[in-house]
Design a protein around this ligand. Structure first.
Ligand code: RFL
Length: 392
């Protein structure tokens, strides 16, 4: 039985990058909202994933008066790193104007900063909200049910529901199957993704016939390590010693080992769900799409959706104009497909150039020719630097 029904303009499901950014934008615009998050505050603020905010994201936060959320007092001030090809290091150029605004900021720091900013501004953020269920999405107002930590059933009536609950959330499942189309592509290789308490040394990506490897800074004394592996591999097949020796082999240089704190297999895949709107429900970020981690554009896409959606809601609430909301899905999908194209290109280039056992020698030679072009053409090199600035 529902014991409490409240009222707001926007219910935001999920306190990740998209949900918290949206909450902050709405509060700044005088629009009330409630954020419902399944996990505890401690869990959300310690979930480590990405490490960089790209130039577009940094400029966007600045324009909304939130530049401080991208600041990490422990991060190095400069992005550095390179690409190792067959054990030879090629430094990347990070001085280009298009990428020079990118900053090192681990995702959990961004989330922590966004949470603080939201609460400081008087935001309503409810952690450990169980069984969140949006209803009446085609009605005048939607109703979002949930259960609070003490088990009380609650419901919030709202004009808009923002589904910011990531790839495994529940919002997307509220859209009927015959309305939603899923486009997906899954690679036959995965990444073993590792968090280690060591500085990233070496720092960058290695292309090698044993497969791709990466060592990316996540703070002064932490790194995320990536090792390309067959899609069926399990973390148990990768004891710590094997990880350090494999990194050493693929970079072709000494890799000082450290404590490994997390080890998991990340499938490489592309997913797009269309449309991103259904009645009062709008999907944002990973709830609607994911890109392979090689492209490092997950945060970029989540922030893009958020800004488009925030401006659409503001226009509707302040001027009664639903035009931007009606075109929300089309606007985002056009941007997303553009970035999926980039993600597929860079994923295939970086993997095909190394271990030929997946796509064959012909593709390997094509990828090597393309890599050569990246290093000899300034325009092509810019793309590569942009990628590295996102990933690092
Ligand atoms: P998030 O960050 O997953 O946030 C979703 C939030 O919703 C909550 N939630 C629910 N809340 C209420 N009710 C429910 N039923 C709920 N179900 C879930 C979750 O607890 C969470 O708090 O999604 P969002 O906001 O769309 O942001 C997307 C980004 O997090 C994602 O794209 C990136 O992390 C992807 N990604 C990377 N992106 C980059 O740009 N650069 C990188 O280097 C990078 N590295 C990575 C990554 C993702 C990784 N994972 C997930 C495999 C490295 C890894 C390991």
């Amino acid at each position: 039985m529902v014991t409490t029904t409240e009222d707001t303009t926007v219910v935001i499901i999920g306190a990740g990058v998209a949900g918290l950014t949206l909450g902050n934008f709405l509060l700044k615009s005088g629009i009330d909202c409630v954020v419902l998050e399944k996990q505890s505050r401690q869990y959300v603020e310690n979930r480590q994933r990405a490490g960089t905010i790209d130039s577009r994201g940094v400029r966007m936060f600045r324009e909304w008066g939130l530049e401080d959320v991208t600041k990490d007092k422990d991060a190095a001030s400069e992005i550095t790193g390179g690409i190792w090809i067959d054990e030879v290091m090629y430094p990347m150029d990070f001085d280009d104007d298009n990428i020079s605004d990118s900053v090192l900021c681990p995702q959990q720091v961004l989330v922590r900063n966004l949470t603080d900013a939201f609460l400081r501004a008087g935001g309503d953020l409810r952690f450990e909200a169980r069984d969140v269920t949006p209803q009446d999405l085609l009605g005048e107002r939607a109703l979002v049910h949930y259960r609070s930590t003490d088990g009380t059933a609650k419901a919030i009536s709202c004009d808009f529901v923002a589904g910011c609950d990531g790839f495994h959330g529940i919002s997307r499942a509220s859209i009927p199957d015959d309305v939603l189309t899923r486009y997906s592509h899954v690679y036959t290789f995965s990444w073993l993704s590792i968090l280690a308490e060591v500085p990233a040394n070496p720092s960058g990506m290695a292309i090698h016939d044993r497969g791709l490897a990466g060592m990316i800074p996540r703070g002064a004394n932490a790194s995320r390590l990536y090792i390309q592996c067959p899609a069926g591999d399990t973390p148990e097949q990768w004891p710590d010693e094997r990880i350090w020796s494999e990194l050493q082999a693929r970079f072709g240089t000494e890799v000082p080992p450290g404590r490994i704190v997390d080890k998991r297999i990340v499938p490489l895949r592309c997913e797009v769900f269309s449309p991103m709107s259904y009645g009062n429900l709008h999907l944002l970020g990973d709830a609607a799409h994911i890109v392979p981690p090689m492209s490092a554009k997950g945060i970029h896409l989540a922030l893009f959706d958020t800004e488009v959606f925030a401006r659409a809601v503001i226009k509707k609430v302040q001027e009664g104009d639903a035009g931007l909301l009606d075109s929300y899905s089309d606007t985002c999908l056009s941007h997303i497909w553009n970035y999926q194209a980039f993600a597929v290109w860079i994923t295939e280039l970086m993997h095909n150039a190394g271990d030929a056992s997946y796509e064959g020698e012909f593709r390997k030679q094509l990828a090597r020719a393309e890599l050569e072009r990246q290093f000899t053409s300034p325009a092509a090199n810019r793309l590569f630097s942009e990628l590295s600035a996102g990933l690092l």
